[in-house]
Design a protein around this ligand. Structure first.
Ligand code: GCO
Ligand code: MG
Length: 412
């Protein structure tokens, strides 16, 4: 089972995606996601110039060996570009192995540990009425767990507030209700942590009052607070029983979480910008987090994500894999298979891709009563329509960034 073709497919149906497509000499096709939002073409170059030539002629059955070869032979380890490239190879090889065995990948990972994966959606609103409407809309879409992001008085454009509180009705032309936007330059947003900290607890109080104690609620701090600010927020939100507070401080400084932990029992999730097992090692060992937020796409694929989840299991730390629309249907499927198989699954973020994306990628997964399932097609269960993909060439798109009122650049 040798790899005879390795193509890097770049397409921008509702947003940019980079997909590695491997073909074996017996005609099996494997797909892997290599999308790095806002920096997509760097991974394309890494794959085309440095990885594809190494893959041709190699044995597609050797997933772990290929992973170790790509990781160790580069000498320059880690980093989002390298790990997204390796992730796409790892996923494509799992896809091929599943197809060769005639089984969905979750069966190869040990079989299903549950019937389906609880998913959360992104509700947001500039004010309370808009936010409530968005939460109801997500409930109508089938979500049983909701992330809550809200406008802050005095700030005009901030992270996580969709221009439409009912994104599914925004039409196929939208840029997948995510913050990145097509255009030559990144958009500038504003930020003020004191206003945010004053405003947010009242929002959660109102949401709990309106929707009751049962609904799991999540919030993303998007790396914006100092350790002591994050500690204060976690404490202030305790009465509203959050499922998690995500990325409360910038993820580079892991010691910050020790300070946060000393002050609050609000569960913490971190890791969407991490790219190796090593980034989680101390956080897991010291029990500074409750949920692993990595995405298979940015983490080197299914194989290393499995390893970190097995380590996390020893500390009762669960998964909360990153699932915005910048994870392609292929990367998303990869983590659904893993989430179904591991014992310590927690929750799965699920933003829905646009209609054009779903024409390029035919997905085998289902979403029923708030729960996802990867489906039972052999492999990952996603097919790529290469002709359809070719209709949507790459378009420059950047994530926004933040400035404070005095002009200082802040974490976005
Ligand atoms: C999330 C994330 C995303 C990121 C995006 C960046 O929790 O889903 O924070 O919204 O901002 O993936 O590319
Ligand atoms: Mg996040």
């Amino acid at each position: 089972m040798k790899i005879v073709t390795a193509d890097v497919v770049v397409t921008s149906p509702n947003r940019n995606f980079v997909t590695l497509r491997l073909v074996t000499d017996d005609g099996l096709v494997g797909l892997g996601d290599a999308t790095l939002n806002g920096r997509e073409l760097s991974v394309v170059a890494y794959l085309r110039e440095h990885v594809v030539p190494l893959l041709i002629g190699t044995d597609a059955a050797r997933i772990e060996d290929t992973w170790q070869f790509l990781y160790r032979s580069a000498y320059w380890r880690r980093g989002p570009v390298t790990m997204a490239a390796i992730a796409s190879v790892d996923m494509a090889l799992w896809d091929i192995k599943g197809k060769a065995a005639g089984m969905p990948v979750y069966q190869l990972l040990g079989g299903a540990s549950r019937k389906g994966l609880m998913a959360y959606g992104h509700a947001s609103g500039a004010d309370l009425p808009e936010l409530f409407d968005s939460i109801r809309h997500h409930q109508e879409l089938g979500y049983r767990s909701i992330r809550v992001q809200t406008g802050v008085p005095g700030l005009t454009k901030i992270y996580g507030i969709a221009s439409q509180s009912r994104p599914a009705e925004a039409g196929a032309e939208r840029y997948d209700h995510e913050p990145a936007q097509r255009g030559a330059l990144p958009a500038e947003e504003d930020w003020d942590t004191r206003s945010y900290l004053r405003h947010l607890p009242g929002v959660f109080e109102a949401v709990r009052h309106e929707f009751g104690p049962d609904l799991p609620l999540l919030h993303d701090g998007h790396h914006r607070m100092t350790p002591v600010q994050a500690a204060r927020l976690g404490k202030a939100l305790e009465p509203y029983d959050l499922f998690w507070l995500e990325d409360c401080t910038p993820a580079e400084n892991q010691e910050a979480l020790r300070v946060v932990r000393q002050h609050t029992t609000t569960p913490l999730a971190i890791g969407e910008v991490f790219n190796t097992v090593w980034d989680f090692q101390g956080l897991i060992r010291e029990q500074l987090i409750d949920y692993v937020r990595a995405a298979s796409t940015h983490f080197g694929g299914i194989s290393p994500l499995r390893k970190v989840m097995d380590y996390a299991a020893q500390y009762q730390i669960r998964s909360g894999f990153h699932g915005p629309t910048d994870i392609s249907p292929v990367g998303f499927a990869a983590q659904l298979h893993l989430g179904l198989a591991i014992h310590n699954f927690g929750i799965q973020e699920y933003m829905q891709h646009g209609e054009r994306t779903n024409r390029v990628f035919d997905q085998g997964m289902t979403f029923v009563d708030g729960h996802l399932h990867p489906g039972d097609r052999p492999g990952l269960g996603v097919e790529l329509d290469v002709d359809e993909a070719g209709k949507f060439p790459y378009e420059t798109a950047y994530l926004p960034y933040n400035r404070l009122a005095d002009g200082t650049v802040h974490d976005w």
